[in-house]
Design a protein around this ligand. Structure first.
Ligand code: ADP
Ligand code: ZN
Length: 518
């Protein structure tokens, strides 16, 4: 048998393995059960295609997308590997050719759509052809929580048991719940070897800024990068148009993109972006699937993404060519409120909502990070970075922090004394001793917390409330027009059993920054 390294260069034409590939190839080739988590574009297919050539028998590949299977079969043919697909997209001739190769014992890889597994004859057929390995692409499709759930994926576990062969599962979805569900459904209790690699994109600079005047912040960021291709992600369709207009007025080549546009117009923007240099697309998250441009130099978020996964995916569109790329994510209390209410008002089942709040919390933790952002980001995905990255805003300018326990307790107690009926604006009036009509009407000027927080300015209080929301100490209550309600996490601080460190407001840091050179 040829070695993995020889096959890599002779068949696939690559000189070296990508990070992580070699260990996975070795484990799969040796017939160990494997779950490999690699980001999109990380080179997953090689991790089952190469072992397929090293093992006896046919490797069955289960994949959810016919187009993807056909692409892979085509490139395997070009590399001289006997591979075939049985899908509903086949011509009769293609299907005949697959059967012929199978019967002659020549076929090394057989791609099948998960729907095939539902047919009663599938198992008998797979038994006959001598399967040596099952590879499952996009394994998160087995997760009922995921957005890509495919019921037929639930049959794969049965198939593995019936055939008694090793199974290798691949996915780019790294969160723990999905991972656990994959293990439970595909491998029963025999824990697979888990590989997680390649999530670091060291050429992408990471930065967050508290939102004060978002349009100005984005224009400033774009002005320092004139002529470069970039994407600005916005939370709403209306905002994309307005911001694109503002960028054009600032002399940029910019256009909007969102799901409400005609399909033709959207395709045209995608085409222009992929082919022109220096275009800025101001878009909702609908922009992404049709984007295939390796030299996107920057990605900015005018609004906070919905989760840490979404953030990772969206910034990950920058710098695919490996050259330096920059990102900036703006976030504020309004974003947190909006994202929370989207989760609470969504139709997802309660467990899913809890998980979604957790994913948002992870992103907020990253936004308020006190140490290297890349370390925090990779830690979320389960990858460890031993040194601070030197390529994020926190590494460049260490964060000033302070013991926020006392002001946070003041804020929580103001919340409690007003029975959690108010938002941060009114609570800040109480804390700073500002006698507004609302304060007088409710008699809040006679509360013991009235004016106790005079030492902090209004802007400082806003930052404190934002961070309290970021630490998930309080959440806007959807049944009370967004009044802030304490969470369990606040109790230890209120009781005096826990302390909390906060960032000195990055809003002021942003204002102090020297003007950018155009
Ligand atoms: P995904 O992980 O998204 O399934 P693919 O398997 O499609 O990624 O691989 C992404 C790209 O990387 C492909 O163009 C593939 O040819 C290329 N690639 C994979 N492994 C290597 C390698 N060792 N060296 C160079 N290019 C590679
Ligand atoms: Zn860093």
């Amino acid at each position: 048998m040829q070695s993995a390294a020889t096959l890599l260069s002779d068949v696939f034409g690559f000189d070296t393995f990508r990070p992580g590939q070699e260990e996975i190839v070795e484990a799969v080739a040796q017939g160990r059960n494997v779950l490999a988590i690699m980001p999109t574009g990380g080179g997953k297919s090689l991790c089952f295609q190469l072992p397929a050539l090293m093992r006896e028998g046919v490797t069955v590949v289960i994949s959810p997308l016919i187009a993807l299977m056909r692409d892979q079969v085509r490139s395997l043919h070009e590399a001289g590997v006997e591979a075939g697909a049985l899908t509903s997209g086949n011509t009769p001739e293609e299907t005949d050719a697959v059967w012929e190769a199978l019967e002659a014992g020549r076929l090394k890889l057989l791609y099948i759509a998960p729907e095939r597994l539902a047919a009663g004859s599938a198992l008998g057929m797979l038994r006959r052809i001598g399967v040596g390995l099952i590879a499952v692409d996009e394994a998160h499709c087995v997760s009922q929580w995921g957005h890509d759930f495919r019921p037929d994926y639930l049959r794969i576990g049965e198939l593995r048991r019936a055939l008694g062969v090793p199974l290798a599962a691949f996915t780019a979805t790294a969160d723990l719940e999905t991972r656990e569900e994959i293990v439970a459904r595909l491998f029963d209790r025999q824990a697979p070897e888990v590989f997680l690699h390649g999530f670091d994109r060291p050429n992408i600079h990471l930065a967050f800024e508290a939102k004060n005047s978002p349009r100005k912040q984005i224009l400033q960021f774009a002005a320092a990068r004139k002529g470069q291709s970039g994407i600005v992600y916005c939370g709403t369709r209306a905002k994309t148009e307005g911001l694109a207009q503002a960028l054009r007025e600032d002399g940029h080549n910019a256009c909007a993109y969102h799901g409400g546009m005609e399909a033709d117009d959207r395709r045209q923007v995608e085409h222009r972006f992929n082919t022109e240099d220096g275009l800025i697309v101001v878009a909702t998250v609908a922009f992404g699937m049709g984007v295939d441009k390796p030299d996107i130099r920057w990605v900015a978020h005018a609004d906070l993404p919905k989760s840490i996964e979404a953030y990772y995916q969206e910034i990950g569109r920058a710098g695919r060519d490996g050259a330096p790329a920059e990102t900036l994510t703006l976030f504020g209390s309004e974003d947190i409120r909006l994202r929370r209410s989207q989760i609470d008002e969504g139709l997802a089942p309660p467990e899913r909502r809890v998980a979604d709040h957790g994913r948002l919390n992870a992103l907020l933790g990253l936004a308020e990070a006190l140490a290297c952002r890349r370390k925090g980001l990779l830690a979320y995905f389960g990858e460890e970075l031993t040194q601070p990255c030197g390529n994020c805003d926190v590494c460049a300018r260490p964060v000033e922090s302070f013991d926020g326990t006392q002001p946070v307790r003041m804020a929580l107690s103001a919340m409690l004394r007003t029975e959690e009926w108010f938002g941060s604006g009114h609570l800040i009036d109480i804390l700073t001793g500002n006698v507004t009509d609302k304060v007088r009407e409710r008699g809040h000027h006679s509360l013991p917390t009235f004016g106790v927080g005079k030492d902090y300015s209004r802007a400082e209080w806003q930052a404190i409330f934002r961070q309290m929301m970021g630490h998930d100490l309080c959440r806007p209550d959807p049944t009370r027009h967004g009044a802030l309600k304490m969470t369990e996490a606040a109790h230890p601080i209120l009781r005096g059993d826990a302390s909390i460190t906060l960032r000195k407001d990055s809003i002021k840091a942003a204002q102090r920054r020297p003007a950018v050179k155009a």
